[in-house]
Design a protein around this ligand. Structure first.
Ligand code: GLP
Length: 261
């Protein structure tokens, strides 16, 4: 079973994940972080920036791989995930920009960009800790329903609900690209530790399906059940449709103190 932790709010979740990342970097100064975009991980990045800000942790060797990117946005577009990762992660954390990769969504080279990205992740020795959000459709990364559970980094067509959800970042809904390049579910499952975050009632169905539903390509988030080390961190609203909630709380309260997440 995935470990499921219910926290009071995004800040509490951010603190928990940031502590786990700090201890990972202390153990392994060239740790490989799997980076998600979207609003969900922002509190984690802020908490991490606060912890690094003191200057006691050297993060210059930390490496990163973003989950996904839009295809076809002009280089430097503020809503490209390259720009978002630079703004929300690389700069505030003081990471070394050359060590943080984002899939290349340039249409001219996108045909082999997936294979290149897989190769880069392998060459880095794999992802140590992968941060994940989840979309309303149950997607992780941009793996929309129907994505193969064994899929690797490749181009996908976004669903209309996902384009509508992401329209808030663009001037108009039509500006949201139709295609993306995303790590596959198989890629994500190779990371050594998955940390899936979700907040708010709008995510409650997706979380219930991911944690307690059948493992199915129709709910890409459910693939986390196949992973030996998954931590799901949610607030009360996102947890509200879980059937075994009282057991998750019980297990968390009685967790041996020597175990981290
Ligand atoms: C996008 C990203 C996902 C993210 C999802 C949820 O589609 N590609 O990685 O998990 O949005 O976004 P939010 O965290 O803003 O709810």
């Amino acid at each position: 079973m995935a470990e499921l932790v219910v926290v009071s709010d995004e800040q509490a979740a951010g603190a928990l994940v940031a502590d786990a990342i700090v201890s990972l970097i202390r153990r392994k100064p060239d740790a490989v972080l799997g980076l998600a975009t979207g609003s969900t991980p922002l509190a984690t990045y802020r908490a991490l920036a606060d912890r690094i800000g003191g200057g006691t942790l050297d993060v210059r060797g930390v490496r990163g791989f973003a989950l996904d990117e839009y295809v076809g946005l002009p280089a430097g577009h503020p809503e490209s995930y390259r720009a978002v990762i630079t703004r929300e992660v690389v700069e505030p954390l003081g990471l070394t920009p050359e060590l943080v990769r984002v899939p290349n969504g340039d249409p001219a080279t996108v045909e082999h960009a997936g294979a290149d990205y897989e190769q880069a992740i392998l060459a880095a020795g794999g992802v140590d800790l992968q941060i994940l959000g989840i979309g309303r459709t149950g997607h992780i990364g941009f793996n929309e329903p129907g994505s193969s559970l064994a899929s690797l980094t490749r181009v996908k067509t976004l669903t209309e609900p996902t384009r509508a959800d992401n329209a808030r970042f663009f001037d108009s809904p039509e500006d949201v690209p139709m295609h993306c390049i995303t790590q596959g579910i198989g890629t994500i499952l190779r990371a050594r530790h998955l940390v899936l975050l979700a907040f708010g009632e709008a995510k409650a169905d997706a979380i219930a399906a991911a944690v307690e539903g059948p493992v199915t390509a129709s709910q890409p988030g459910s693939a986390v059940q196949l992973h030996p080390h998954t931590t799901v961190i949610v607030d009360e609203a996102a947890a509200s449709k879980l059937e075994n909630l009282s057991y998750y709380r019980h297990a968390w309260l009685n967790k041996p103190s020597w175990q981290g997440i």
